[in-house]
Design a binder for this molecule. Structure first.
Ligand code: MN3
Length: 210
């Protein structure tokens, strides 16, 4: 059983001007494809070959660096593509559960945005920023290095991710060069809040194991 690279849910140029078509195409067809292929090569013929990606993450401290890095790269990018859309609302609507949870746990959308943006901007080197749900249904923001994620047993803060932002330079350098804060600001124009609130609802329904 091999992991498969899924198509993007929109065209490569769909997120312009916030994320340019060339960045999206290289990111998907080169970077994400390489993580997927390298993950399959790393698990082939091993005890990891028939495990789900979530089971791999739960035991990843015992896995090789190739499985940890490429497993994260495979999964994190799937979340990232799906939590963006060309038809984005700039904020979640008041009816959405994610809106209510953001108000409850951050006080305001602006506070949430500030904290998430700071986590993304201050992650040193390559990594990811996350909005997650913990096992008591509370939202928290965290960041991880490299291709780690909050589902991994080695994560400093564990939870179910509902929003992911890739802050590797390959995600923004062609268009933004060293201006990571501008890329983070642009990301807020393409967030798929329908997908984020769906993940939040699913996490509430006992999908979380932490
Ligand atoms: Mn990437």
């Amino acid at each position: 059983m091999a992991f498969k690279l899924a198509d993007l849910p929109y065209a490569y140029d769909a997120l312009t001007p916030y994320i340019d078509a060339r960045t999206m195409e290289i990111h998907h067809t080169k970077h994400h494809a390489a993580y997927t292929n390298n993950l399959n090569a790393a698990i082939d013929g091993t005890e990891w070959a028939d495990m789900s990606i979530l089971d791999i993450f739960k035991n990843v401290s015992k896995a090789s660096p190739a499985i940890r890095n490429n497993g994260g790269g495979f999964y994190n990018h799937n979340l990232f593509w799906e939590n963006m859309t060309p038809n984005a609302m700039t904020t979640p609507s008041e009816q959405m559960n994610i809106h209510k949870a953001i108000m409850r746990d951050f006080g305001s959308f602006e506070n949430f945005k500030k904290e998430f943006s700071a986590a993304a901007a201050t992650r040193f080197g390559s990594g990811w920023a996350w909005l997650c749900v913990d096992n008591s249904d509370k939202l928290f923001i965290t960041s991880t290095p490299n291709q780690d994620n909050p589902l991994m047993d080695i994560a400093e803060k564990k939870g179910t991710p509902v929003l992911a932002l890739d802050v590797w330079e390959h995600a923004y350098y062609l268009h933004y060069q060293n201006r990571r804060p501008d890329y983070i600001e642009a990301f807020f124009n393409v967030i798929n809040w329908h997908e984020v609130t769906k993940r939040y609802n699913d996490a509430n329904e006992g999908a979380s194991n932490f």
